[in-house]
Write a protein that binds this ligand. Structure first.
Ligand code: PLP
Length: 432
């Protein structure tokens, strides 16, 4: 057995030996299209020379300093360029090393805000029933993810989960599930006790937990209004959707919503190095400044200079190459391709998505199968040289996500769709 523990202990994994653009090559030289960008992470493709050069330059200058002793040029520059892209009123960033650290920091910042303004009883976070905000205990406490929570029971913080609509756009013309109406949220807030709730945390598009469930435009605005009138902050978890994934820099822009805190991760470095961040609205920073005067957050590697240099190079690549225009063009191509497959394969159902974040449900090929349907489909696509991300939570774990690098070309998208069809054929054959 290898010394490196795998998720399924004792199992093996293909060795990735090289990657370029949208392709990963294994140690046998076989290529795979990175159709999910790993875990919705690779935003500008593999091996981009300006990012490699930025990391190298920074490594030669200074690899590490500690956040309370020094700042560095790339960390300062990244904070100002990242917040310049964020919605109006968001002018401060704090860097961490992962999405989980980002959502957990947003949680602590929301709790601190209320303490600073004299309401220390507001310490709970409300989340959605279907959601994922990370693996650390605070992040998991906010997540509507029974499969990952089940082993920890009452060790998790006693937060509440509110409703979720799980059928947005399932059938043309179908009314969105009333479960997530403003009345339902008002009730959930009343039940939790508005004076105990610091913030609502939501993913603008529900990612891994739901398989890219996309609320209609206007939904986030409705949530903002409901939580505003109940005196509760809004945290958007843009760990997947941030930095261009849905065709705008931040997904909250589609609704014209300005959150109080935004958590980002994954795509901000395109996976070249680990990094996450929380972006703060002025009102949060001002309360902390006038109160304790402290932002008592951070980890040893917060603001790591190599990651800051990588992220800065990624942001500039997206901006300078008009990558968001490519997202729009390729999104239309992917949407058309997925709908075409849906028409021809009954196994593929309920296609939905925004930008280059798409999901669909899969019909279980064999009713007796115990494995996750999404995982079976991902294995079939892998055998055809395509990586997709299995999504959903048991017993609704029959979804998959397609979220290729935002830089994918039209030709590579056609190749992706061809391999997806080959994967679907394999998957369909399982039923026979
Ligand atoms: N938030 C969302 C929406 C995610 O999808 C994830 C990871 O998949 C996280 C937070 C946690 O990020 P990380 O795995 O980098 O800790």
């Amino acid at each position: 057995m290898s010394a490196l523990l795998k998720q399924r202990i004792g199992s093996g994994l293909t060795v990735a030996a090289k990657a370029a653009g949208v392709r990963i090559f294994d140690s046998q030289g076989r290529d795979y299209i990175d159709g999910s960008g790993g875990a919705m992470t690779v935003s500008i493709g593999h091996g981009v020379s300006t990012v490699l050069a930025a990391i190298q330059r920074q490594a030669e200058a200074v690899c590490f300093t500690y956040r309370t002793q020094f700042t560095t040029e790339p960390a300062e520059q990244l904070a100002s360029e990242l917040t310049a892209l964020a919605p109006e009123g968001i002018n401060a960033a704090f860097f961490v090393n992962s999405g989980s650290e980002a959502t957990e920091l947003a949680m602590r910042a929301a709790i601190q805000y209320w303490r600073e303004v004299g309401q220390p009883g507001k310490t709970r976070i409300l989340g959605r029933q279907i959601s994922y905000h990370g693996m650390t205990m605070g992040a998991l406490s906010m997540s509507g993810h029974p499969a990952r929570r089940k082993d920890y029971g009452d060790l998790l913080h006693p937060f509440a989960v509110g409703p979720v609509a799980d059928n947005w756009g399932r059938t043309a013309g179908e009314r969105p599930n009333e479960l997530e109406s403003s009345d339902a949220w008002d009730k959930a807030i009343a039940q939790a006790g508005a004076d105990t709730v610091a913030a609502l945390i939501v993913e603008p598009v529900i990612g891994a937990a739901g398989g890219a469930l996309v609320p209609p435009i206007g939904h986030l605005r409705m949530l903002r209004n409901v939580f505003d009138r109940n005196g509760i902050l809004l945290i958007t978890d843009e760990v997947i959707t941030g930095i261009g994934r849905t065709g705008t820099w931040f997904a909250s822009e589609h609704d014209g919503v300005v959150p109080d805190l935004i958590a980002v991760g994954k795509g901000m470095t395109s996976g070249y190095t680990p990094m996450g961040a929380v972006l703060f609205h002025d009102r949060i920073v001002e309360a902390m400044r006038q109160g304790s005067g402290m932002a008592p957050f951070g980890h040893t590697f917060s603001g790591n200079p190599l990651s800051a240099a990588a992220s800065l190079a990624v942001l500039r690549y997206i901006r300078d190459n008009d990558v968001l225009a490519n997202v729009k063009a390729r999104a239309a191509q992917l949407q058309a391709g997925l709908h075409d497959l849906q028409r021809r394969y009954t196994a593929l159902q309920w296609v939905r998505g925004r930008g280059l974040l798409w999901g669909f449900d899969l019909r279980k090929p064999d009713p007796a199968a115990t494995a996750s349907t999404g995982a079976l489909f991902a294995a079939d696509c892998f055998a055809e040289g395509l990586i997709v991300y299995p999504a959903g939570i048991a017993p609704r774990d029959h979804a998959a996500i397609v979220s290729p690098p935002l830089t994918i070309t039209a030709n590579d998208m056609n190749d992706l769709l061809r391999r997806l069809e080959a994967g679907l054929r394999r998957f369909t054959a399982r039923a026979i």
